[in-house]
Design a protein around this ligand. Structure first.
Ligand SMILES: [Zn+2]
Ligand SMILES: [Zn+2]
Length: 432
């Protein structure tokens, strides 16, 4: 048997709101372990209950058998009672008969007495006169004979009746013996019945005990289930709190990120506004190659990435990425008209595959110059552009300053050559 389960969970001990997510997750797994442990206790109790029920079944069988026994005894007792009743009735009948026969004897004696009296009254004062008063000897003889005959007849009659009474008395004695035997038998049956009832009483007590045990187990199981439910409810609270905490943290991170980006944008806007273009050259002398295009990053020669497949994607230009290139001048590779300027990207450092500024298309701040309707060139990831759309620029005009805006992992100039809008390998047109 298991000890009664008494553990209570201190709900105030671990207030979800006071814990970190990791702590809450630890509480959840600890609660889950407790729930599993309680399940083990439940299963053990279920086994105990099954044993008790098996015992109950055995008791039920025994009780049924005793019930059958008692029923049989009752039938026998009923039957014996009926027999006793019959015997009693027969004894009463015999009593009546004996009484009637005795009355008959009395009557016959009475009649005999009367007949004798009548004889005396008819002529003689006494028995002697019956003899003396006769007119002849024959007459006397016949008179005496008659008296004898009458006496003999009556005697016979009385003897017969006495024999009958004797017989009836014997029958009555027999019946009384039988009745006595039956009564003893009944007593014995009643005693057996009492014994069976006592046995049943014991079984009923055992039954009540095992039922009480089953009830106790069920109550204990109920308590354990309530504990399990309580733990599950605590876990649900933790789960909800974890979700809320994650949402809170995400919202806080998002807010902090947005605040930081806004701060950077303001800083950049201020920097662009304060930028002293007069101190920067607006033109760098460059020499065009045979293609008519010039190197767009004068003074920088290190190509960190060529045109072609890169990182499972496609790199549509070349990257010039010398150390210390940040802030260097990017110049028009060939003369033409500025057709696109984007100067609002504030995102300077490694990004997760896209630029969140919302408009640079990962190019960061950039300039596109159309040369003669067929060719165009792209200058990307500038810290800022210093030309405007519609402006005509000569080859070598500074169009912006090299930076790392947009989707970029460090300061470099991304340079593209497009033919009728399609990107081609810039190395076919320029060389450092
Ligand atoms: Zn951007
Ligand atoms: Zn690039």
């Amino acid at each position: 048997m298991l000890a009664a389960y008494t553990s209570e969970y201190d709900k105030t001990r671990n207030k979800a709101s006071a814990l970190t997510i990791a702590e809450m997750q630890e509480e959840i797994s600890s609660n889950k372990a407790k729930i599993a442990e309680l399940q083990g206790q439940l299963d053990a109790l279920e086994g105990n209950k099954a044993e008790e029920q098996q015992y109950q079944n055995i008791l039920m069988d025994q009780i049924d058998k005793i019930h059958e026994n008692i029923n049989l005894l009752n039938q026998e007792i009923d039957s014996i009672n009926a027999d006793i009743e019959t015997a009693r009735f027969n004894i009463e009948m015999l009593d009546d008969s004996i009484l009637r026969q005795q009355e008959e004897i009395d009557n016959n004696v009475e009649l005999f007495k009367k007949r004798l009296c009548n004889m005396y009254i008819s002529g003689n004062e006494n028995l002697a006169s019956v003899v003396v008063g006769t007119s002849s000897f024959y007459d006397m003889i016949s008179r005496v004979e008659m008296v004898n005959r009458i006496a003999s007849y009556d005697e016979q009659l009385i003897n017969d009746i006495l024999a009958d009474i004797e017989k009836m008395d014997q029958s009555k004695k027999n019946l009384e013996t039988e009745k006595l035997t039956l009564e003893m038998k009944m007593e014995e049956q009643e005693k057996r019945k009492e014994e069976k009832k006592a046995e049943m009483e014991i079984l009923n007590e055992q039954m009540a005990k095992t039922q009480a045990e089953i009830d106790r187990i069920a109550a204990e199981q109920q308590r354990i289930r309530e504990n399990q439910d309580e733990l599950a409810a605590i876990d649900a609270e933790f789960d909800a709190e974890i979700q809320a905490e994650i949402a809170r943290q995400a919202a806080a991170a998002q807010a902090a990120y947005e605040a930081e980006q806004a701060r950077l944008a303001a800083q950049r806007a201020q920097a662009i506004q304060n930028y002293d273009y007069s101190s920067q050259p607006s033109y760098v002398p460059v020499s065009a190659g045979a293609s008519g295009f010039a190197w767009p990053a004068p003074g920088y020669t290190y190509i960190s990435s060529y045109y072609g497949s890169r990182w499972g994607g496609f790199h549509g230009g070349i990257d010039v990425g010398d150390a210390g290139i940040y802030g260097g001048a990017a110049v028009a590779s060939r003369s033409g008209t500025v057709i696109q300027v984007y100067n609002s990207c504030y995102c300077d450092y490694p990004k997760d595959g896209y630029c969140p500024c919302g408009g640079c298309g990962n190019y960061g701040n950039h300039v596109i110059i159309s040369h003669d309707g067929t060719y165009s060139t792209v200058y990307a990831h500038l810290s800022s552009a210093c030309v405007s759309v519609g402006q005509y620029v000569e080859q070598g005009t500074v169009i912006g300053y090299i930076g790392t805006t947009g989707w970029s992992t460090g300061a470099h100039l991304h340079f593209e050559v497009r033919v009728n809008g399609s990107r081609v390998d810039p190395m076919g047109y320029v060389s450092p």
